[in-house]
Structures are given as C-alpha cells and as structure tokens.
Design a protein around this ligand. Structure first.
Ligand code: RB5
Length: 152
C-alpha cells in the first residue's frame, strides 16, 4: 500500500514542494497537496494547518512543509498539538528528528536548500523510524504533557 504524505507550502517553497512531490510520486508515494497552488504571495499558516490536520487525523503519515526558509512554516506547524515539526538543512538532523523526536513534519526552505539536498533530506526523514521506548519516549511524553497543560 502506498504511503500518504501531506504537502504544503507558501510561495517561497512552492517550487521545491512541486519538485519533491514529483520526486516522491515517482517512488510510489501518494502525495496529498494542500497548496499553495501558485507562486503568488500567500501566508504559510493557511497551508500548514490543513496539511498538519491530515497528519493528526491519520489520513497522512507525515507532512512535508516548505516556505522560503522552512522556519516560518515550522513555527506555524508546531502550534498544533501533536505536531512535532523540524526545520532541517542537514541530513543528520533530518534522520535524528525522526529517530529521537518522532517528528511528524519536516520543513524545508526553498531559498535555503537546492533540489538535490532536499531529496536527501526527505530520503533521510522518510526512511528513519522512531527509536521507540526509553529516554526518547519519556521526552516526547513530556512535550505532550506541556501541550495538555496549556490553556486554550
Ligand atoms: C516569504 O517571503 C517568507 O517570509 C516565507 O516564505 C518564510 O521564509 C518565512 O519563514
């Protein structure tokens, strides 16, 4: 069965999002595109939220999010309870944020990383599993407790 991945970007990440969607479609992934749909200026939170909700709702296993730097859309994504989004531009972090942080969203900057590096970052993220149990689980649980204690 093909793996469902949620995609979102603003104008700054639009081109890289399209490149990575094509790259993953070729490998048999089901890429669910939550926009944006052009290079016209837009606001990354508007697209991050539906993509992250697809992850939280279980329709997609993770989200790949893109803006100019990857930073703004990661900040927006991390406002949703249960989303652990990481902005990466090195493959070690892209791997470790899955292995140690159980990240469910990877954020990339279309003005920061080229197509080739972005492919490697996505490969590292999608091929790594969370190291279940022990110290890492305890830390993730503490993050969830912070979210649970927060007043609306
Ligand atoms: C848009 O110009 C830019 O600010 C945005 O894509 C992103 O880099 C913000 O973090």
């Amino acid at each position: 069965m093909s793996r469902n991945i949620a995609f979102a970007s603003d104008h700054g990440g639009f081109e890289l999002k399209n490149h990575i969607m094509a790259y993953l479609k070729e490998q048999g992934y089901n890429c669910v595109d939550f926009g944006s749909h052009s290079e016209e200026s837009c606001d990354y939170p508007d697209y991050a939220v539906p993509a992250c909700n697809a992850v939280l709702g279980g329709e997609c296993e993770c989200a790949l999010l893109f803006c100019g730097t990857g930073v703004g859309i990661s900040i927006a994504a991390n406002k949703l309870r249960g989303i652990r989004a990481c902005c990466c531009s090195d493959t070690f972090s892209a791997e470790m944020t899955r292995a140690h942080n159980d990240a469910n969203a990877l954020c990339l900057g279309g003005r920061v990383v080229g197509f080739g590096l972005a492919e490697k970052l996505v490969d590292a993220f999608l091929s790594t599993s969370f190291m279940e149990g022990g110290n890492h689980r305890r830390r993730i649980d503490k993050i969830a407790a912070i979210e649970a204690e927060q007043k609306l």
